[in-house]
Design a protein around this ligand. Sequence first.
Ligand code: CA2
Length: 142
Amino acid sequence: MKFLIINGPNLNLLGKREPGIYGQNSYESLCERLKAFAAAHGATADCVQSNHEGAIIDAIHGAEGVYDAIIMNPGAYTHYSIAILDALKAVEVPCIEVHLSNIHQREEFRHKSVTAPACVGQICGLGLYGYEAAMGYFLEQS
Ligand code: CA2
């Protein structure tokens, strides 16, 4: 299986700020870990991070016919990007939404995901493991 891992705004700062919420691992180590997990299961994972909504939409469009599944943490776009919701609906590549933190234990405005309805499912609160759990789900389905 070929996975595309998309991380949205500010996730490039992982490990540099707010370690109490997002953990101590850097974005680079997250990608290394996910690539290693994929390889250990006979799969591949490409990682993309952007602070720009349009670039995320382009990555989703570009996944069609190239990747078997998307695993995406849309960051704060989760809570208001109808454009990302529409992009997910426009492609046939299945997506699981992942959040490092438990968005339901946080501010009210983080409880709602506008993008999750276009996803197979949503995993939150499990830190980096959430991305591996998402890959594990797709691997088991294949
Ligand atoms: O819990 C998650 O994974 C979030 O998607 C992270 C987003 C937040 O807006 C969502 O509500 C939940 C924020 C990502 C910010 O990432 C940072 C990482 C390190 C330091 C500062 C920000």
